[in-house]
Design a protein around this ligand. Structure first.
Ligand SMILES: Cc1cc2nc3c(=O)[nH]c(=O)nc-3n(C[C@H](O)[C@H](O)[C@H](O)COP(=O)(O)O)c2cc1C
Length: 179
């Protein structure tokens, strides 16, 4: 391996102290020797998707998002569920790449970590597959009751720790021997 695998991590929660953000930090720490995690910080800066703005010169925040996606070897999405669906800011971000197709063929790990989460998880799988993400079942993880399993910056549930490692390794195994 000559260079670390670049993973762009997108958190579907923009709140301070988000459990999903903590999960991203834990995962980045688990794989720090072989992988460079770059946190996408611009979710709140993306304008509301409007096809009229989706031109050859889109808003700068959109261009920056697309460039970060293109530069990444893989993408990690960690998100809660809101009101039985995908958080609006995350869905908005995905709407911006329907025409530009940065997810096409890109390895993605999807973790939906919430109180329940099933509706958001299924909805995201449908969206990510329609934009041609490389998202096999082995790269998808639903974590219900997340706040009882992730506490004080740690995964306190051993079964969950193993499941998180399994989804990450499903993606990272694609890069073995490629760098
Ligand atoms: C407005 C709102 C709506 C929510 N709706 C749901 C829901 O439909 N399903 C669910 O599992 N959790 C729901 N939750 C709970 C959050 O998903 C849960 O607190 C999650 O852990 C938040 O993730 P975060 O810690 O990364 O911000 C909702 C929370 C808020 C603030």
């Amino acid at each position: 391996m000559t260079r670390p695998v670049n993973i762009l991590a997108i958190c579907g929660s923009t709140r301070k102290g988000s459990t999903n953000e903590v999960l991203i930090d834990i995962i980045a720490d688990l794989y720090r020797s072989s992988t460079e995690f770059i946190r996408f910080e611009g979710l709140s800066d993306l304008p509301h998707f409007n096809p009229d703005l989706d031109t050859e010169t889109p808003p700068p925040a959109v261009t920056a998002f697309r460039e970060q996606l293109r530069a990444a070897d893989g993408i990690l999405i960690c998100t809660p569920e809101y009101a039985m669906g995908v958080p609006g800011s995350l869905k908005n971000a995905l709407d911006w790449v329907v025409s530009s197709m940065e997810f096409s063929g890109k390895p993605v790990v999807l973790i939906t970590a919430s109180s329940m989460g099933e509706q958001a998880h299924q909805s995201l799988i449908r969206t990510l597959l329609v934009i041609e993400s490389d998202l096999p079942e082995s790269s998808r993880l639903l974590i219900p009751f997340v706040k009882s399993k992730v506490r004080d910056g740690k995964i306190v549930d051993e079964q969950l720790l193993q499941a998180v490692k399994a989804v990450m390794e499903s993606m990272l195994s694609k890069f073995i021997g490629q760098q």
